[in-house]
Design a binder for this molecule. Structure first.
Ligand SMILES: NC(=O)c1ccc[n+]([C@@H]2O[C@H](COP(=O)([O-])OP(=O)(O)OC[C@H]3O[C@@H](n4cnc5c(N)ncnc54)[C@H](OP(=O)(O)O)[C@@H]3O)[C@@H](O)[C@H]2O)c1
Length: 329
């Protein structure tokens, strides 16, 4: 077993996840894309270790993360052998296409249960701490998807359950259904949220808060756009330089207009003594409704920079107005 820093929990702050007993680190680490994919396994191990050494206890996965799909969980299964399982919160999800055929995506009981079993096997664990429905399925009864999540808790395969990217009113309906039927509560809600995408402020953020679910946001750095990564073009080892759909999607986000906004955000960040990535994360952490931001990182340096965001999460009214003005441009 690797020896981790004995002061790791002093380096991180933890927040209660909604109205549950679960505490999560303000910064969580997600494995989508970089880990189990375009960063090699040695680099990935270093990043996971650095995270835990700095008090990051929450690691976010889904069945389809990595290249090929499932590689992120499989890689983490190896790394986990040298980490203390009871001190970690491991999340996984099912909802997007994982297997061919009629049982390989969406929200049926058939897919959710078999996918969780497969994730447990890939990671070599008996349970995950959190299992999510990865997206709302308009064609499966909501009660069926929710019943499958509850069954995973009853079977001891998940300790907590969550929903990701559920539009209103389904998020509120789902939380109410669990509560009214005495089922496992929806403890976490995982939406996209960043300075370029503030849609959840209108309804999902207040709805999750009202329902007692903690909010853990994904892509808080807009996949790297809200960093210095693309200040001087597209580096060859970056997400935007990757082959395939995900790389081209990312390249599509790097417009002149977006980069102009990033430059303005950077000016505010510098006046606060932060990097832009630190300000983008801190801007979320200033809200008590946000439990944790799940960032990605493809190097230890990036991760350490992001962790530094927790040291300054106070914003003046003037800074917030300036940020709003840039967002609304
Ligand atoms: N529920 C869902 O549907 C869903 C969807 C997407 C993501 N997620 C979760 O959210 C996690 C985070 O998503 P994300 O990877 O899009 O998050 P992100 O934090 O917005 O972007 C991460 C990428 O930004 C770059 N980066 C991070 N810190 C940096 C720094 N300090 N300086 C320069 N570049 C930096 C890196 O790009 P390079 O790799 O180019 O270095 C990194 O891979 C995922 O891993 C996953 O767990 C969930």
């Amino acid at each position: 077993m690797h020896t981790f820093s004995s002061t790791r929990y002093e380096k991180m702050s933890y927040r209660r996840c909604g109205r549950s007993g679960l505490l999560l680190p303000e910064i969580s680490l997600g494995a989508w894309q970089a880990l189990g994919s375009y960063r090699d396994d040695v680099a990935a191990r270093d990043i996971f270790y650095t995270a835990f050494d700095n008090g990051i206890t929450h690691f976010d996965f889904a069945n389809n993360y990595g290249t090929p799909a499932g590689a992120s969980e499989e890689l983490f299964g190896h790394i986990l052998k040298d980490m203390p399982r009871d001190d970690l919160v491991i999340s996984s999800k099912a909802g997007y296409r994982m297997n061919d055929g009629p049982y390989g995506e969406w929200g049926s009981r058939k897919y959710i249960i078999s996918s969780c079993n497969a994730s447990l096997k890939r990671m070599g664990v008996e349970y995950v701490d959190v299992f999510y429905s990865h997206r709302f399925d308009p064609d499966t009864p909501l009660e069926e998807t929710l019943g499958a999540l509850h069954a995973l808790v009853q079977q001891g395969k998940a300790l907590y359950i969550g929903l990701s990217s559920y539009p209103e009113p389904y998020l509120t309906q789902a939380c109410a259904f669990m509560r009214e039927n005495g089922l496992a509560p929806i403890t976490l809600y995982q939406p996209i949220y960043n300075l370029f995408n503030r849609n959840i402020e209108e309804d999902q953020l207040p709805a999750a808060h009202a329902a007692g679910a903690g909010v853990v946001t994904f892509s808080p750095l807009a996949q790297g756009l809200l960093t210095d990564r693309y200040k001087n073009g597209i580096p060859s080892d970056s997400r935007a330089a990757q082959q395939g759909n995900l790389g081209s999607w990312m390249r599509g986000m790097i417009t002149e207009e977006a980069l102009a906004k990033v430059a303005q955000f950077r000016e505010i960040a510098e006046s606060r003594g932060q990097s832009i990535s630190q300000m983008a994360l801190a801007w979320q952490l200033r809200c008590s409704e946000i439990t944790s931001v799940i960032c990605g990182a493809s190097s230890q340096k990036q991760l350490l920079e992001n962790i530094g965001s927790i040291n300054n999460t106070e914003f003046t009214e003037e800074e917030l107005s300036q940020i709003d003005a840039i967002c609304n441009m």
